[in-house]
Design a binder for this molecule. Structure first.
Ligand code: PLP
Length: 394
């Protein structure tokens, strides 16, 4: 067997903001034989997951499920709705927004990137202003990231919807929820989103390998005349097959067993409870960071993420050296600083299959790591987080 570098005993702490820890219930659900993906047994599971997943997106419309990482679902959203040269308005919230913009360039779209400082998030008023100026309606889509995983800064999707409506602009609204779906409240229908992009390996508590597009009627209408070439990603064939619980090609049957179980877990807990749990753990994490005397990267109190916290390293201290010490000594993976945050920040993932003591173990690993790495800080972050949890019981 392939030798893993993890310690022999106890569980590895996978506290990156995705992939996340897969709960035992989901692992067991996937421990099943491969089945005929055109047979009656599969049809039952196909229909179930296609119905359950809508509840997670808070939509009554169709959700397309791909065998792909989240990046594939980004591409699917763009190629199904847009034509070569179309102008799209994107917002520089961090590394993932930047990658989505780069993808749109490669696909022959014409992105306009509203600049951002990676600490404040999306200013819906700027989007509104830009759309007001676009009298010819050349902008065909507004694309934002709900939870920017590189920074731990969220966007107010409803405010963006309202800004588009106030400008009476017909642009589609597309939202990347890859690290927020099933962790932070997200309402595809109520917030008037046209395409929601998501992935399996973060809040949905599954291994990597599935990704999603939730669609509005307006998005489906746009797909009928969109000119970008597409084949594997084309919604039409998939939506047609999905009507009877099947796919036009072989779906990831094993992952769909896991998805069924993950949806059961989320719906049993209740989405409002899932979101409240994530909020509470994020607050406790920030209590710890403040007690250590370190700085949370997100500088906008209204935009703090509930699925991860990015922490700035004090000047002259290397976040990657610190992360290596935590991995070597305590068998815990923390998120790397991405792109311009390389070495300057680390990220604590607190999403998915996560409870009080997982959080305490995670924060204890960070606090011990800070001491071993010689990072200037005050002790007592773990105690501050414990105090927060015990004085905010659920
Ligand atoms: C993880 C992530 C992605 C990339 O998803 P992959 O599954 O790695 O392709 C894109 N956007 C956000 C916000 C993410 O968190």
């Amino acid at each position: 067997m392939l030798k893993l570098t993890h310690k022999a005993s106890g569980r590895h702490f996978l506290q990156i903001p995705g992939p996340t820890n897969v709960p035992d219930r989901v692992l067991r659900a996937m421990d099943n034989p491969t089945i005929d993906h055109r047979g009656p047994e599969f049809q039952v599971i196909g229909k179930k997951v296609l119905s359950d997943i809508r509840k997670v997106f808070q939509t009554n419309g169709p959700v397309v499920i791909y065998g792909a990482s989240g990046t594939g679902a980004w591409e699917a959203a763009l190629v199904n709705t847009l034509s070569a040269g179309d102008k799209v308005l994107m917002y520089e919230t961090g590394h993932f927004a930047t990658l989505w913009k780069k993808m749109s360039e490669r696909l022959g779209l014409n992105p306009e990137f509203l600049p951002g400082d990676w600490r404040q998030g999306v200013d819906a008023a700027r989007i509104g202003q830009r759309l007001e100026e676009d009298r010819q309606h050349q902008i065909k889509a507004v694309c934002i990231v709900h939870n920017e995983t590189s920074t731990g800064v969220t966007a107010d999707v409803l405010a963006v919807r309202r800004a588009i409506d106030a400008a009476r602009h017909p642009a589609l609204l597309m939202v990347d929820t890859i690290s927020s779906l099933a962790s932070i409240d997200y309402r595809h229908d109520e917030w008037g989103v046209d395409v929601t992009v998501a992935g399996s390996q973060k809040g949905l508590m599954l291994p990597p390998g599935l990704s999603f597009n939730a669609l509005s009627e307006k998005a489906i209408a746009a797909s009928k005349s969109a000119g970008l070439p597409k084949s594997y990603w084309a919604w039409a064939d998939i939506l047609e097959s999905n009507k009877s619980g099947f796919w036009p090609y072989t779906p990831a049957t094993t992952l769909l067993y896991g998805l069924s179980e993950a949806c059961d877990m989320l719906l049993e807990e209740g989405l409002p409870n899932v979101f409240a749990r994530h909020t509470r753990f994020a607050e406790a994490t920030r209590c710890a960071v403040r007690a250590w005397g370190l700085e949370v990267l997100c500088a906008n109190p209204a935009a703090l993420s509930s699925s991860l916290t990015a922490v700035l390293m004090p000047e002259g201290h290397d976040a990657d050296k610190f992360r290596k010490i935590v991995l070597d000594h305590f068998d815990m993976s923390l998120g790397v600083g991405l792109a311009k945050l390389g070495g300057k920040a680390f990220r604590i993932g607190h999403l998915g299959d996560f409870n009080e003591l997982t959080l305490m173990g995670t924060l204890a690993g960070v606090e011990m790591g800070l001491a071993l790495a010689g990072v200037p800080h005050r002790a007592g972050g773990v105690i501050a987080a414990m105090d927060h949890l015990t004085s905010n019981l659920r």
